[in-house]
Design a protein around this ligand. Structure first.
Ligand code: IMP
Ligand code: MG
Length: 180
């Protein structure tokens, strides 16, 4: 089926920028790295809701380690600009003491969300914490952040699709779209 190259989400227009095929290829590449790096370990994946739900589902099916997954909900975004305030909505619900943790995030923008999450998780003494993000906007980073796994770096433009939203809409596409 032919998919639209241009979509409208609420009042904004977006053009396709990362295809489903590219996403799948990059996710496979990252999963292979994790499978190698975590050999002999039993990691806990922590997917950051809502944006990472599709990424987490696709990545986890490429992981062949014994592993668990749990979901944490944080929010730092309203519309297309960061509000700078971070709220923890849904807690952990899994004991991560002495466990290797891999955070799954849809996109790292300023990095404040990840920095906050790592501070919170460290209090529970996990064996290690790695960040695994689908997308990274390197030019927007405001904090020093060690992103071990990144599927794709992108320019500083707002994107939607494949789980990422604009004001709650636009998550339900197979490709990623950039605002135009
Ligand atoms: P940070 O704390 O500034 O790194 O913001 C990270 C969060 O902002 C991500 O988890 C996303 O939910 C959201 N975000 C940042 N950039 C975008 C974007 O281009 N599209 C959709 N959501 C975004
Ligand atoms: Mg998010």
């Amino acid at each position: 089926m032919q998919r639209s190259r241009i979509i409208k989400v609420k009042d904004k227009t977006f053009a396709v920028s990362i295809s489903e095929r590219t996403l799948k290829g990059q996710i496979k590449r990252i999963a292979e790295q994790i499978n190698r790096d975590y050999e002999g370990k039993k990691p806990v994946f922590l997917a950051v809701l809502n944006g990472s739900f599709i990424f987490a589902a696709d990545l986890l099916r490429e992981i062949d380690l014994p592993c668990e997954i749990s979901f944490v909900k944080l929010a730092s975004y309203q519309g297309t600009s960061s509000t700078g305030t971070i709220r923890e909505v849904i807690g952990l619900g899994i004991d991560i003491t002495n466990r290797p943790v891999i955070i799954l995030e849809d996109i790292v923008d300023t990095g404040l969300t990840m920095a906050h999450m790592i501070d919170t998780l460290k209090k529970q003494n996990p064996a290690s914490i790695d960040i695994c993000t689908l997308l990274l906007k390197p030019s927007k980073l405001q904090v020093k952040l060690d992103v071990r796994y990144c599927c794709k770096q992108i320019p500083d433009d707002f994107v939607v699709g494949y789980g990422l939203d604009y004001d709650g809409f636009g998550r339900n596409t197979k490709d990623i779209y950039t605002i135009i």
